[in-house]
Design a protein around this ligand. Structure first.
Ligand SMILES: Nc1nc2c(c(=O)[nH]1)N[C@H]1C(S)=C(S)[C@@H](COP(=O)(O)OP(=O)(O)OC[C@H]3O[C@@H](n4cnc5c(=O)[nH]c(N)nc54)[C@H](O)[C@@H]3O)O[C@H]1N2
Ligand SMILES: Nc1nc2c(c(=O)[nH]1)N[C@H]1C(S)=C(S)[C@@H](COP(=O)(O)OP(=O)(O)OC[C@H]3O[C@@H](n4cnc5c(=O)[nH]c(N)nc54)[C@H](O)[C@@H]3O)O[C@H]1N2
Ligand SMILES: [Mo]
Length: 683
């Protein structure tokens, strides 16, 4: 009975896809993609794909692709499966779901997903099914919402500067973002500004590839930047480098702030953040004298217990120097929220399908706790798609305990048998980007992209929208919006956009102020209409009114540090990885075939560790074996395991996140991945 449900949009040969062109051989019975190239006409990427996507067809045609539904035959985690039909898979899922709803209620079922292919339908359409079902809902807060929640407390919105505006900047501060690695399409813009005389300053606890390319690199201890920012404010105010008129006209609470940062001398901050007082002075002087000045950030610095306060404090800096009045001045973060302004979220996700039910909400960073400690009702079934929590979520070993539960029914919709899929009862095959239609909102630029499928789905794989149409049918649901075809759902979700035109052109620029200055008039959507140095909204949330440095609970000064004296970071490192995606494909790690621990020569010597030796990295959460690499990218006291590798790449089947802290940020719902203390020992 699923014939009428095949509402998946067919592949076509003529229409453009935003960023790429795929050459397809249509001479055989099944069209085969031969080559994938960047689209030189795209206004942002200009034909450059990133290194992982250059090899995208290796992914599409990988021997490891899941091409049909699978049922687990071995124990959970072992990864042994047998092929079953779609009808069998759907019938089994529907009957288990009905049984669980009957016994424990719909909230005993939990969908778990994140960005996946980062597209509109793939991320939004499944919500219709879960609204109809009334499942427990998971806050997707592992990447970015904390940044937004912090910035919003200062400027009343999460909308910041279009990073393309950096073209006009003369001082570019890359604060906790590894642009050359994670946002490489922005680098040419930075280089152009530089050719016109701009200076690039990088602040990062690790001497990243971006730090190496900067004019000046500042290396604070992780999680301590707030102290540094308070000292920068101290110097700006002390030396009269603030824009007094702009501050008077457009900010709230300057006098309180001035009093508050009076005690934050550069000397005091230096002792906290590990940056010399003279360097703090120099940074403040540059920031107070060079215009236009931009601060560019992404999400790296949110991974701390004080992650939201980091961004709340950072957002105060442009206001002090009046940076928003200049073209190319202000704060630049993800622009996802600008693309979001053209999406009708309710039309896409149909919250009306919930009726008057109020679903239970949980936080995706706490998956281990959710699976092992949640009651009333406990989670009995989980469906995962577009996400690989066994690699990407903190405190993985706790999640593993939950995933191993005999009474947990797990379904995973995936392209590969990931570390997470190994624990599934049923795996459903998913299409890749070139096999399904979608619209791709962007986080790095302002063009909404059309994604035209180039080939039919491989094997029996289906898109995210199709899998939920099939599941809705198997569950016996009849609401017509659960069965909308892809184009109808896209049209309804983009009410102000001519979808035929979008498809014809391949992209659409979302609205953004013409003169490039989102707050050129100095008006901000806070309660006061001003930039709020003092925030009543924060007080109402039980947080300090003023920007305040609170050291993390699991940090260098804490009791735990006596046992675990090293701080562990696990950031992105490989150009051909996208988080935990691609690391299992041959050649994507470059010369590296697996993870390693970076530590400085001093910390190695004091532990008798030599370069290349296998070491044990451990804390109360886990013990992970990795080869050591002695490196001057990290300072004494800080170690790093470049992240994204799967359990199969670790000699002991652990992953980097087995060690990491799943404490939530003080607000915003992020996770303090990097407030993780460990000890390292030679084996
Ligand atoms: N090659 C590649 N590119 C990617 C990805 C990938 O996995 N691989 N992932 C994509 C995704 S999903 C995202 S969200 C973006 C993220 O892009 P970024 O935010 O640029 O990347 P991250 O590596 O998460 O963090 C950036 C930097 O923050 C630093 N950092 C951590 N804590 C602190 C701190 O307390 N203070 C300061 N000053 N810096 C700190 C880290 O050392 C790191 O170098 O990248 C995207 N691009
Ligand atoms: N230690 C540490 N942990 C981190 C981070 C870090 O820097 N350090 N970064 C964090 C960040 S910024 C992020 S965004 C998260 C990322 O977390 P995830 O979103 O889980 O990241 P990926 O590993 O890219 O997993 C996406 C999965 O979706 C699958 N997929 C792709 N397209 C589709 C599709 O169309 N349909 C379906 N069903 N599946 C699809 C891919 O095969 C892949 O397995 O990780 C976070 N975790
Ligand atoms: Mo992310």
């Amino acid at each position: 009975g699923r014939r009428r449900l095949s509402a998946q949009y067919p592949a076509s040969s003529d229409a453009p896809a935003t960023h790429w062109h795929v050459t397809v051989d249509r001479s055989g019975p099944v069209p085969v993609a031969l080559q994938m190239r960047g689209n030189p006409d795209h206004p942002y990427s200009k034909g450059e794909l990133c290194p992982k996507v250059n090899k995208f067809l290796d992914r599409v045609y990988s021997d490891e692709r899941v091409l049909h539904p699978l049922r687990r035959v071995g124990p959970k985690g072992e990864g042994r499966f047998e092929q079953i039909s779609w009808d069998e898979a759907l019938a089994e899922i529907a009957s288990r779901f009905h049984e669980i709803i009957e016994r424990d209620g719909a909230e005993a079922i939990m969908p778990y997903s994140d960005a996946g292919n980062q597209s509109l339908l793939a991320m939004g359409f499944p919500e219709r099914f879960w609204n109809r079902l009334g499942a427990t809902r998971v806050q997707r807060s592992i990447c970015g919402p904390t940044v937004g929640a912090g910035v919003k407390m200062t400027i009343g919105t999460t909308k910041c500067l279009d990073p393309q505006e950096i073209r006009h900047s003369k001082l570019i501060i890359l604060w906790g973002t590894n642009t050359k690695l994670t946002n490489r399409h922005l680098w040419p813009t930075i280089e152009q500004a530089r050719a016109d005389g701009a200076k690039v300053v990088v602040l990062d606890p690790i001497r990243t590839t971006t730090a190496e390319a900067a004019d000046w690199f500042i290396q604070p201890l992780p999680g301590t930047d707030i102290a540094l920012m308070l000292a920068v404010m101290h110097v700006l105010i002390r030396d009269g480098l603030t824009d007094k008129q702009w501050v008077a006209d457009h900010t709230l609470g300057f006098d309180e702030l001035a009093l508050h940062v009076d005690e934050w001398t550069p000397e005091r901050a230096a002792a906290t953040c590990g940056v010399a007082a003279a360097d703090i002075e120099r940074l403040a002087e540059m920031y107070g004298t060079i215009r236009p000045a931009v601060i560019r950030t992404l999400i790296g610095a949110e991974h701390h217990e004080n992650g939201a306060m980091f961004f709340r404090t950072l957002a105060c800096l442009p206001a002090l120097v009046g940076a928003w009045q200049d073209r190319g001045g202000g704060l630049a973060r993800s622009v996802g929220v600008w693309s979001g302004s053209v999406v009708d979220g309710s039309a896409l996700e149909r919250p009306d399908l919930l009726g008057d039910r109020q679903p239970r909400w949980v936080n995706m960073s706490r998956l281990g706790e959710i699976l092992t400690e949640t009651a009333n009702p406990p989670i009995r079934a989980m469906m995962v798609w577009g996400c690989n929590p066994m690699v990407i979520a903190p405190n993985t070993e706790k999640i593993r305990v939950g995933m191993l539960r005999d009474d947990l029914f797990t379904v995973v919709h995936e392209q590969f048998v990931t570390d997470t899929a190994r624990y599934a009862d049923i795996v459903l095959p998913a299409t890749t980007q070139i096999e399904a239609v979608d619209v791709v909102p962007s986080w790095g630029h302002l063009w909404l992209g059309w994604n035209e499928p180039a080939i039919e789905p491989c094997g029996q794989s289906v898109s995210n929208s199709e899998v939920f149409r099939r599941l809705a049918h198997a569950m016996g649901y009849t609401e017509p919006e659960l069965f909308d075809d892809d184009i109808t759902a896209i049209r309804d979700s983009l009410p102000g956009i001519d979808v035929d035109e979008l498809r014809r052109v391949g992209w659409h620029r979302v609205p953004y102020p013409d003169d490039g200055r989102p707050y050129g008039d100095g008006v901000f959507p806070t309660a006061s209409g001003r930039v709020e140095f003092v925030s009543e909204a924060l007080v109402a949330m039980g947080q300090p009114a003023l920007p305040t440095f609170v050291p993390p609970g699991e940090g260098p000064g804490s009791l735990l540090a006596e046992r675990y004296p090293l701080q562990l970071m696990t950031p992105k490192h490989h150009t051909r990885f996208l988080n935990g995606s691609y690391s299992h494909l041959p050649g994507h790690g470059g010369r590296e075939s697996g993870p390693f621990l970076e530590l400085c020569a001093t910390d190695a010597a004091s532990r008798g560790i030599v370069d290349g030796q296998s070491v044990r990295v451990f804390n109360d959460r886990a013990s992970v074996e990795v080869p050591a690499r002695i490196s001057d990218r990290v300072r004494p006291g800080l170690v790093s395991i470049p992240w994204g590798w799967w359990s199969r790449h670790h000699p002991d089947g652990m992953v980097a996140n087995s060690l990491t802290n799943d404490t939530l940020t003080e607000w915003g719902g992020g996770a303090a991945f990097y407030d993780t203390l460990v000890e390292v020992s030679a084996r």
